[in-house]
Design a protein around this ligand. Structure first.
Ligand code: 13P
Length: 262
């Protein structure tokens, strides 16, 4: 089964409209002589305030607009109403976004998002045309205690509750071991492969093996140009969710053209 690769840069709370503008300009330059492989998809999950400035952006007159698919880092599962400071799915749909990150460990740990909230968000996202990217992964102490597989199974089972088979085909999964996020401590390609392959078996149990074969599962946690190729070479790893190394256009360009590396 050959699955496409999907590299998403998650900018977190970095790069406002001005930096995003510069990033697009620089990325266009970086990719001038570099073709992105046909089976590699990519996107940037920018802060809400930067997103409107990144749509259909073209720098040089007469030149085809450089198309950068976009993602949201967060949203509220309610349709509308008195939720001061929140952003709805319809608002994001109006911007033409392609992906929605759901269940990132920073949202779980710093903003108290439970599996139940993650599940509500996922079910709401599935009613839109946007592709949900569901993040999951264990903490350092769970990793040390050999609980990685139990955590993956529990998180996926509760986050994917009430999801139908035809809906699962729309979902992307992102395995992000918390101990590897922003720490420079990447999981070894073997560790990442093992956890991602296990997640695939959980999808097979919850749905079926055909869906499990097709689902795109990314790895995230200190992915950078120096390690991306080896990680992407693992049998079950279908892409990356990248924080720090996606902020700079040169580095992001290297990530999405990883297949060209010698
Ligand atoms: P880093 O790539 O900075 O470790 O962040 C990973 C991440 O959390 C992406 O969502």
């Amino acid at each position: 089964m050959s699955r496409r690769k999907l590299i998403i840069g998650n900018w977190k709370m970095n790069n406002g409209p001005m930096e995003a503008h510069q990033f697009l300009h620089d990325l266009e330059d970086e990719l001038k002589n570099e073709k992105i492989a046909k089976d590699v998809d990519f996107a940037i999950a920018a802060p809400f305030v930067a997103l409107p400035f990144m749509i259909g952006h073209s720098h040089e007159e007469g030149k085809e607009a450089f198309y950068l698919p976009l993602a949201a880092q967060n949203f509220h599962y309610e349709e509308k109403g008195a939720f001061t400071g929140e952003i709805s799915l319809d608002m994001l749909d109006q911007l033409g976004l392609e992906y929605l990150i759901i269940g990132h460990s920073e949202r779980r740990q710093l903003f108290n998002e439970t599996d139940e909230i993650v599940n509500k968000k996922l079910l709401a996202a599935l009613k839109t045309q946007m592709t949900p990217v569901l993040a999951f992964g264990e903490t350092e102490s769970e990793f040390d205690a050999n609980k990685t597989e139990t955590v993956i199974k529990n998180q996926l089972t509760s986050s994917l509750k009430s999801v139908k088979e035809n809906e699962m085909e729309k979902i992307v999964l992102a395995y992000e071991p918390i101990w590897a996020i922003g720490t420079g401590k990447t999981a070894s390609p073997e560790q990442a492969q093992k956890a991602v392959a296990f997640a695939r078996t959980v999808v097979a149990e919850l749905f079926n093996s055909d869906i499990a074969d097709k689902v795109i599962i990314q790895y995230g946690g200190s992915v950078k140009p120096e390690n991306v190729k080896e990680l992407m070479g693992q049998k079950d790893i279908d892409g990356a969710l990248v924080g720090g190394a996606s902020l700079d256009a040169k580095s992001f360009a290297k990530l999405i053209t990883f297949d060209k590396q010698k």
